[in-house]
Design a protein around this ligand. Structure first.
Ligand SMILES: [Zn+2]
Length: 121
């Protein structure tokens, strides 16, 4: 399971002596739990990896979805980021085809998005 946010934070701590309590996180557009349907096989892997996180998997008889944004938020809080320092734009890329690419919605035939971050000295 990819843990990019935590890897970035760990690099910031090691390279720049960043204090997790002072780090602010912005969660940009990404696929939301409304659209990130996963197989039942993947649920066991998610639970094995993130079993201590509540409410990241939603399932009923027909569908299982995974809340990636909430998973990232909970991982970052575990690493010392303050909940009030995490900002989520609440935009699902799959729900907004006119604004964002979505690999999953477009079944792999789509564009790519990028983001930039910086550290102020
Ligand atoms: Zn959506």
């Amino acid at each position: 399971m990819q843990r990019t946010a935590c890897a970035c934070l760990e690099t910031m701590i090691q390279a720049f002596d960043s204090c997790p309590q002072k780090v602010e996180v912005f969660i940009g557009p990404g696929i939301g739990s409304c659209c990130f349907e996963i197989s039942r096989d993947l649920i066991s892997q998610v639970n094995k990896t993130f079993g201590n996180f509540d409410d990241i998997i939603n399932q009923n008889e027909n569908h299982c979805t995974w809340d990636l944004k909430k998973t990232n938020q909970l991982m970052l809080v575990q690493k010392g980021i303050r909940t009030e320092n995490i900002y989520d734009c609440h935009l699902c890329t799959s729900c907004h085809p006119g604004d964002f690419y979505s690999y999953r919605r477009d079944q792999g035939i789509t564009g790519r998005m990028g983001a930039f971050i910086c550290i102020e000295n």
